[in-house]
Design a protein around this ligand. Structure first.
Ligand code: ZN
Length: 149
């Protein structure tokens, strides 16, 4: 289970295991008050050549493992939400991708996935525009640019 929290990626990079992660008040699944530290997982983010260590907790009651994630990022995507948003809206506004270090194929995938999510989740008659669809999918708790299942 993922718990999104506001964090500073640069500090996580610099401090490693000493980064002061917040601790959930209780298990996010069963509400058990007690949680144990459960080590770290390595995850990769744009702008950092090395993987960053993300803190995990484990609930001894139900066995749930909680991994903390930066709320600035979607699960399993290295670019920040803001980077994705600005690249997509630039493309949709101007018809071109902005100058960027990100690969064109990654950018094109994001847009294609977003359009498929809009069609699948918001009905094919969605008329408020692609970026409005992006925001709407966000409020539904979905990852608008993830590969649709
Ligand atoms: Zn639990």
């Amino acid at each position: 289970m993922i718990w999104s929290v506001p964090v500073d990626l640069k500090q996580i990079h610099d401090l490693g295991r000493d980064y002061p992660w917040p601790r959930p008040d209780c298990c996010l699944r069963c509400r058990n008050w007690r949680l144990w530290g459960h080590g770290f997982v390595t995850r990769y983010f744009d702008g950092f050549a090395d993987g960053l260590l993300l803190k995990c907790f484990r609930c001894p009651h139900c066995g749930c493992v909680i991994t903390l994630r930066p709320e600035s990022h979607f699960p399993r995507i290295r670019s920040s939400k803001e980077t994705i948003r600005t690249h997509l809206s630039h493309r949709l506004d101007t018809g071109r991708w902005p100058p960027s270090s990100l690969s064109r194929s990654r950018l094109r995938h994001w847009l294609a996935h977003l359009r498929r999510h809009i069609q699948a989740r918001l009905t094919s008659t969605w008329r408020l525009g692609v970026m409005a669809g992006f925001e709407r999918l966000l409020t539904l708790g979905l990852v608008p640019v993830a590969r649709p299942i």
